[in-house]
Design a protein around this ligand. Structure first.
Ligand SMILES: NC(=O)c1ccc[n+]([C@@H]2O[C@H](COP(=O)([O-])OP(=O)(O)OC[C@H]3O[C@@H](n4cnc5c(N)ncnc54)[C@H](OP(=O)(O)O)[C@@H]3O)[C@@H](O)[C@H]2O)c1
Length: 437
């Protein structure tokens, strides 16, 4: 059979990784796909830029239209990132009847609804395994491997940069800023790290995962409760550890009778759980289905070749799809487009979690009684209390309280009342505890 011709837009980290993997494993890949995959052309922004020598092996252009308009090219691989001009290029490719492979989670989370509709109208495919979890095949695992399950929850560490920072703070006993600087030096964090540390990147990925897990539409970014990791201190990590927990950057989607919870925030998880031991830049996603039970997917969530592994897997899938009946393809978002459910996203005030509270209090008799009374008044039960510093010469002392599970709105009201006490100094740090039982 004739080779399938592809065009790649974007030859940065993932683009060059994709060329490397396609070339190194070309034999294996064509044996799996049934046809060879030939790179017809690659588009970049700045053609004169010095780049990985692998880029010298392909035809380069700085005009993506040469790919989008070429009648020879069947599949366009979008690896530039961001919304514009990626959205323009992808819609252009789809409208010209080309299949698209993309690693762009932001584009799918924000404009996926339109893009999947255009793809469906044109009977072409958008494949996006590389958009979540890098080398971990989490999209296929949920969409195909767990297709027999009613999925109840997915809880994951899906942003390697924030996991690297929190792991490093614990291991090196250092501050958030020290670890952020180190991750920027090592290239794990961008010069502007906001997307990673504020949880925005994880929100994009979680929106995609929740849709394919529960058969709901891609949710609005503003509907996802999001807290970044910037306010976590080394003290919080040390106290949590003393109490048997690790602080991890979690992305959580859960189904209940009344709707779905969808949130991204740092959380304490028991050190006995596997997820608590997912360290450095590694990613892991724990999926609970009613039939399979718990399954855990672990691996490199980013990087040139791990991400390229997912891009190439998608290329192989698309090549196989090109020979199959368009009516019987795996649906983009796992569920048939006419069976998407309208489960509401629950307000964060309705969710229940246990909580870690760290506060600075006056070193005086009766203060702890005042604090515990307020928690009691709000029907919040205490699991444990850790009071640090014992010297009577100290004016203030840190106190850490682990609460039992309580409804968010009640917890927030109690924190407000606690912060208004004269004996509680400054603001209270609150981190949710995620119970993985
Ligand atoms: N890096 C990772 O580990 C990773 C992991 C998972 C997913 N992703 C996703 O993969 C995508 C690519 O990421 P990356 O890290 O490879 O990015 P990158 O290293 O910054 O590379 C981006 C590439 O896109 C090209 N480009 C930018 N604007 C363009 C335009 N208007 N027309 C043509 N080419 C354009 C750039 O050209 P020049 O080279 O000429 O500047 C560059 O080659 C993003 O969606 C990202 O979120 C990345």
């Amino acid at each position: 059979m004739k080779p399938v011709k592809i065009g790649i837009i974007g030859l940065g980290t993932v683009g060059c990784g994709t060329l490397t993997v396609l070339q190194r494993n070309s034999q294996e890949i064509s044996r799996r796909a049934g046809r060879a995959i030939e790179i017809a052309m690659c588009a970049v922004k700045n053609i004169d830029k010095k780049r990985d020598p692998i880029a010298n092996t392909v035809k380069l252009t700085n005009n993506p239209n040469q790919i989008l308009e070429s009648s020879d090219i069947d599949i366009v691989v979008e690896l530039i990132g961001g919304i514009e001009p990626a959205y323009d290029y992808v819609t252009h490719a789809l409208r010209n009847g080309k299949h698209v492979v993309t690693a762009n989670k932001e584009l799918l989370a924000v404009r996926g609804k339109d893009l999947f509709q255009i793809a469906q109208d044109q009977s072409v495919v958008i494949a996006f395994e590389a958009a979540v979890g890098g080398g971990i095949s989490i999209i296929k695992a949920i969409r195909e491997g767990l297709a027999g399950n009613r999925i109840q929850s997915l809880i994951g560490i899906i942003n390697g940069t924030s996991n690297y920072i929190l792991t490093g703070m614990k291991e090196n006993q250092c501050s958030f800023n020290d670890m952020l600087e180190e991750s920027q030096k090592l290239g794990y964090a961008e010069a502007d790290p906001t997307f990673d540390i504020a949880g925005i990147d994880a929100v994009h990925k979680l929106i995609i995962l929740a849709s394919i897990a529960f058969g709901v539409p891609l949710q609005k970014i503003s509907d996802v409760n999001r807290i970044g990791i910037e306010s976590i201190t080394y003290d919080d990590i040390a106290y949590a550890n003393e109490l048997g927990f690790s602080v991890k950057p979690l992305a959580i989607a859960k189904r209940s009778q009344s709707g779905i919870e969808i949130r991204v925030h740092p959380a304490l998880i028991s050190n006995q759980r596997l997820l608590a031991n997912v360290n450095g830049v590694m990613n892991a996603i724990l999926v609970t289905g009613d039939a399979a039970g718990r399954t855990l997917y672990y691996g490199a969530g980013a990087g040139a070749e791990p991400t390229a592994s997912a891009v190439v897997a998608d290329l192989v899938d698309v090549v196989r799809v090109m020979t199959s009946d368009p009516e019987n393809r795996v649906p983009h978002l796992a569920f048939q487009p006419n069976s998407i459910s309208s489960l509401p996203v629950l307000s964060v005030n309705e969710i229940s979690t246990a909580n870690y509270l760290r506060m600075t209090v006056e070193n005086q008799a009766g203060v702890l009684a005042e604090v515990t009374k307020i928690l009691g008044d709000h029907e919040i039960s205490i699991e444990s209390i850790l009071q640090k510093g014992t010297g009577s010469h100290e004016d203030v002392l840190p106190v850490v309280i682990i609460t039992q599970e309580t409804v968010e709105s009640r917890m927030l009201r109690a924190i407000e009342q606690l912060e208004s006490l004269d004996s509680v100094k400054g603001t209270i740090t609150r981190i949710r505890i995620e119970d993985l039982n």
